[in-house]
Ligand binder design. Structure first.
Ligand SMILES: Nc1ncnc2c1ncn2[C@@H]1O[C@H](COP(=O)(O)OP(=O)(O)OP(=O)(O)O)[C@@H](O)[C@H]1O
Ligand SMILES: O=c1ccn([C@@H]2O[C@H](COP(=O)(O)O)[C@@H](O)[C@H]2O)c(=O)[nH]1
Length: 234
């Protein structure tokens, strides 16, 4: 299961960047791996959410605006993928599994208010019993604190799901909030024991290297907090 942050997929709405991520997905799909993809909303979602918040909208309605933008980004990725993807953004976990059973790559944005696409990825990964969950985000993994806010923040190479929860537990739960992985996602990762990698996804090759070769500079989240070995399918 691959989660691509909106800030990674479409930082400036450049076609070549979107195409680069689509090429990476196609490369993974060509190996025969069953794939699902979840796409975030990025700065566009945050701008819409902020404008609507200033207009007096409530948080659930703001989440719905965010979901709309994530689905727009999902459409953009689908446009760049050849015919391997389901033709429209999938709106439920069951729909994601059904697409995978048909042999299509499901591309999802948001599913329900009160969470982010981080949680969508973790839930879908659990639902389809994925072997691996990769978050391609705008930072090179999980840090001891927000690296944009705290210059003493240290990069974490490997951690347990509980340690992940401890790091992000204080992040805000409002529409458009920023975290490498949201709290619900971390709890889902904990209960499913899903092997998870958080990495800098700005270069799509890093996603391919991580999935195919277990090679990455991000953060491994595993039950024992150890760095993962090569993927099981190798
Ligand atoms: N402990 C932490 N470790 C790493 N990054 C953190 C931490 N706490 C907060 N952050 C912030 O999380 C952000 C990364 O998540 P962000 O939500 O911006 O992007 P994304 O997950 O790629 O998805 P999208 O752009 O769609 O929202 C970074 O900008 C970083 O400042
Ligand atoms: O299932 C979902 C997914 C997203 N949202 C809202 O959209 C924004 C943007 O999503 P990101 O994953 O952070 O890019 C998010 O902050 C939520 O407000 C949602 O409600 N439910």
């Amino acid at each position: 299961m691959v989660s691509i942050g909106g800030s990674v997929l479409a930082p400036d709405l450049e076609e070549s960047v979107v195409q680069g991520h689509a090429d990476a997905i196609e490369q993974l799909d060509a190996t025969g791996i069953d794939l699902g993809v979840v796409v975030g909303g990025g700065s566009v979602a945050r701008e819409y959410i902020e404008a609507a918040r200033n207009l007096g909208e409530n948080e659930i309605a703001l989440d719905d605006i965010g979901i709309g933008v994530t689905r727009l980004n999902a459409r953009l990725l689908i446009a760049a993928l050849d015919d391997i993807a389901a033709p429209a953004p999938i709106e439920s976990y069951q729909g994601g599994l059904e697409a995978m059973r048909r042999g299509d790559v499901p591309v999802l944005g948001g599913v329900t208010p009160g969470q982010t696409t981080d949680a969508v990825s973790a839930a879908l990964a659990e639902y389809v019993e994925a072997d691996l969950l990769v978050y391609a985000t705008s930072v090179p993994g999980v840090f001891t604190a927000d690296p944009d806010e705290d210059e003493t923040a240290r990069h974490i190479e490997a951690m347990t799901p509980q340690e992940l929860i401890d790091v992000i537990v204080d992040t805000e739960l409002v529409a458009g909030s920023s975290a490498p992985v949201d709290l619900l996602a971390a709890k889902l990762i904990e209960r499913s024991g899903m092997r998870t990698i958080v990495l800098d996804g700005t270069d799509p090759d890093r996603l391919v290297d991580a999935v195919l070769r277990g090679d990455h500079d991000g953060t491994d989240v595993t039950a024992d907090g150890a760095q993962t070995m090569l993927p099981e399918w190798q």
